[in-house]
Write a protein that binds this ligand. Structure first.
Ligand SMILES: [Zn+2]
Length: 384
């Protein structure tokens, strides 16, 4: 911990305290047991309990990464004159965020620098406890959460949504003193391959403040990763190969889906191309994309041509069939937005048409192919 209480009940910060000024004992703000100052050449100054303690707020063995990250962020905010408290204990919540800052006077923001594993249940509990008490919470991840080819279940818990950044996630690299915001997170259907863009902030560069970052994000617009038609066709073909391999793998999640399709006299490899589009897909839906989109198309074809439906009835129906990943920082509204987004896509394909705000009409059915050859012909017709 970086903050302790002195004998006069004042908070003292480990990196600012002078040993000769310590009069009497220092105490842990959580359990009120005595603590001592630890200083070393490579260690960051911090306080530690005397014996193996059963302190409910501070476990011993806090990593250098965690101590350094808290201190870096605290300095960064303080230098911008953003009110900031390190390790402030919130008795009502029985929680102690790593930092507490105020971007305006009304809404306090709890910042958690997460460096170690946290169970899903625990993360959700802590997030909701902040939110219920009127705090915003920003989770910033440490090096063990570094993004790789796919999003892991742990990383996914910390996804945020913003209209310009879309899905994004915060990282702090304490070795290089850099904050990374990975944004525009999407994945491809095949193998859930992850794509993202990276915005880096050097915490030592005094010119870059939180304000400049926020201003920058206001100007961001989404640029697709796969832009040209040729690139899109290539991606669709790779996707087709992925589905072919999936059928040969008895462990694949798609085998059950193929059984459902078979019952309806359909086949995984004969699905309409619109079920694999858009190529860039949502990271919050816990289902193969062609699978949930198939449910949409089934629902639409049951409605029938020229029939009108509302966004509301569509969303209500689909929410009962779709599975979302646990993403505690993303609201239900954003989940629903994903479903509506697909309606707008289907409109570009002239399958449906929006006739009024939240009202749509079914124009035509999607075409299922009769064979794999037929589908491959359609997929490759523009590539020659
Ligand atoms: Zn304690």
């Amino acid at each position: 911990m970086l903050i302790a209480l002195d004998s006069q009940n004042h908070y003292v910060q480990a990196d600012l305290i002078k040993e000769k000024n310590i009069k009497g004992s220092l105490f842990c703000p959580g359990c009120r047991q005595p603590v001592y100052l630890k200083r070393g050449k490579i260690k960051i100054p911090h306080f530690s309990h005397y014996q193996a303690s059963d302190c409910f707020l501070f476990s011993e063995g806090e990593t250098l990464e965690h101590l350094a990250g808290k201190q870096m962020l605290s300095q960064w905010f303080t230098q911008q004159e953003i009110p900031c408290m390190l390790e402030a204990y919130l008795p009502k919540l029985k929680q102690r965020p790593d930092l507490l800052i105020w971007l305006d006077q009304k809404i306090p923001v709890a910042i958690e620098f997460q460096c170690s594993f946290i169970s899903e249940a625990n993360m959700i509990k802590r997030t909701q406890s902040y939110q219920k008490a009127g705090y915003k919470v920003i989770w910033i991840l440490g090096k063990r959460f570094k993004l790789k080819r796919k999003l892991t279940a742990q990383q996914r818990l910390f996804l945020y949504y913003h209209k310009n950044l879309n899905y994004h996630i915060f990282f702090l690299d304490t070795n290089h003193q850099k904050l990374h915001i990975f944004y525009h997170l999407i994945q491809f259907e095949r193998n859930e391959l992850l794509k993202s863009r990276n915005y880096q902030v050097s915490l030592t560069n005094k010119k870059i403040t939180l304000k400049t970052i926020i201003n920058h994000f206001e100007t961001l617009t989404y640029q697709p990763y796969v832009e040209s038609e040729i690139a899109q066709t290539k991606e669709l073909l790779k996707n087709h190969q992925f589905l072919m391999r999936a059928l040969r793998n008895s462990q694949s999640k798609l085998i059950d889906f193929q059984r459902v399709l078979y019952q309806a006299h359909h086949h995984l490899l004969f699905l309409p191309i619109e079920l694999h589009l858009p190529i860039e897909q949502s990271v919050i839906i816990q289902m193969q994309n062609c699978q949930w989109k198939y449910q949409v198309v089934r629902w639409l074809s049951k409605k029938g041509e020229n029939q009108v439906f509302t966004s509301r009835e569509y969303v209500q129906n689909m929410m009962t069939q779709l599975l979302f990943y646990p993403t505690p920082l993303i609201t239900k509204k954003i989940q629903q937005k994903e479903l509506i987004r697909y309606l707008y896509f289907l409109e570009t394909q002239q399958i449906i048409h929006q006739i009024a705000h939240h009202q749509w009409v079914v124009l035509k059915k999607l075409v299922f192919f009769n064979s794999e050859e037929e589908k491959l012909m359609e997929l490759t017709k523009n590539t020659d």
